[in-house]
Design a binder for this molecule. Structure first.
Ligand SMILES: Cc1cc2nc3c(=O)[nH]c(=O)nc-3n(C[C@H](O)[C@H](O)[C@H](O)COP(=O)(O)O)c2cc1C
Length: 325
């Protein structure tokens, strides 16, 4: 399939694996890229710029196809070494960066001068237009359904994507709630140039996370996610568990007085214990409503080949049959 995104990124299929903390290691990124999509290493999961450089080199050993790096700009007090991470990305010859979080404008010239394409993840039309205005090459439009941070507007993709299509000139991919060929064909119909998947890629054979994490996603239904940190205007969609219930109880009881320090035990530094050790109750971890559509743990190639094969049937048989009929 050829779209503006496959052409811009030099990939075979319009399917991107979004950056995911403690999931987006070289092994997963290479598996997605080898299957014809775009795999993405999560920059900040690597403790230092040097570690990121090593992870990029590991990925390069596993694939000759293009892959990207996610750089999430956090509103944190002690800022990570972003210039160092960017140097590792440029020196590593990476040609696609998925930015997320705060405005990446100050970092764009260095990366774009090195021939890097920037896909900025946005949860609203106004942020997407801002990304376009500051020169991003593409946008990943993340609807309310998404795992991770859906923003504060709560607009689901059935509305957000056609709104983005009406306003944007640069290509965009649909993110949040994407799982299969139906998602891809619907996203294309709504105006997107491809899809970005997070949660779906965690439940794959190559995802380097504990088996219990994959099984939890398979077992979960679309009713099993919760929104946390809304009072802090840092909303995150997570899988419900005992830690999340504790966190929500604190939000209810403290009300507007809630501070980040009150919930730090449930959210800070919990990812290694969850993703690597399989201690699922260690804290809150991002997961999309799309868990309700995930019932298996295929390889990345099986997943992507299946999506493309079934998309062809959907378009050329189901939809064409309707038009012809
Ligand atoms: C476990 C997990 C960790 C994530 N970590 C990040 C991250 O560090 N940076 C980021 O930009 N997005 C992160 N995301 C968001 C994904 O890149 C993607 O936008 C989102 O998962 C799409 O929604 P979906 O899960 O419905 O496919 C994370 C998502 C999950 C599920």
């Amino acid at each position: 399939m050829k779209t503006r995104i496959t052409q811009m990124l030099g990939i075979e299929h319009p399917i991107i694996q979004g950056g995911m903390h403690y999931v987006g290691f070289a092994k997963l990124a290479a598996a997605v890229s080898n299957a014809g999509g775009l795999g993405i290493i999560t920059g900040l999961t690597q403790p230092s710029a040097e570690d990121l450089a090593n992870e990029i080199a590991r990925c390069r050993d596993m694939t000759e196809k293009p892959f990207g790096v996610n750089l999430t700009f956090l509103p944190s007090l002690s800022s990570p070494d972003y210039p160092g991470y960017i140097r590792a990305i440029i020196d590593g010859g990476v040609k696609v960066v998925e930015t997320a979080g705060s405005n990446p404008q100050q970092y764009l010239p260095a990366m774009q001068d090195a021939g890097i394409r920037i896909i900025h993840k946005c949860t609203s039309v106004r942020h997407s237009l801002k990304a376009q205005a500051i020169g991003c090459d593409a946008v990943s439009v993340d609807g309310f359904e998404c795992g991770g941070h859906p923003g504060e507007d709560d607009i689901p993709n059935m509305i957000l994507l056609p709104r983005a299509a009406d306003e944007l000139e640069i290509p965009f991919v649909a993110s949040g709630g994407m799982a299969d060929a139906r998602s891809l064909v619907a996203a294309l119909a709504l105006g997107a140039d491809g899809i970005n998947m997070g949660t779906r890629f965690i439940a794959t054979r190559e995802a380097p996370v504990h088996e219990k994490v994959k099984q939890a996603i398979v077992a979960a239904s679309e009713l099993d996610t919760r929104l946390v940190m809304r009072p802090l205007r840092n909303t995150e969609r997570v899988l419900k568990n005992a830690a999340v219930e504790r966190l929500l109880e604190k939000e209810r009881s403290l009300g507007p007085a809630l501070k980040f320090e009150d919930i730090i035990d449930e959210v800070a530094g919990v990812y290694p214990r969850i993703m690597l050790d399989g201690d699922l109750e260690a804290g809150a971890w991002s997961c999309g409503m799309v868990a309700g559509l995930i019932n298996d743990i295929p390889s990345c190639r099986e997943l992507i080949d299946g999506i493309m094969r079934e998309a062809d049937v959907l378009i050329n048989q189901r939809l064409r049959g309707m038009v012809a009929g």
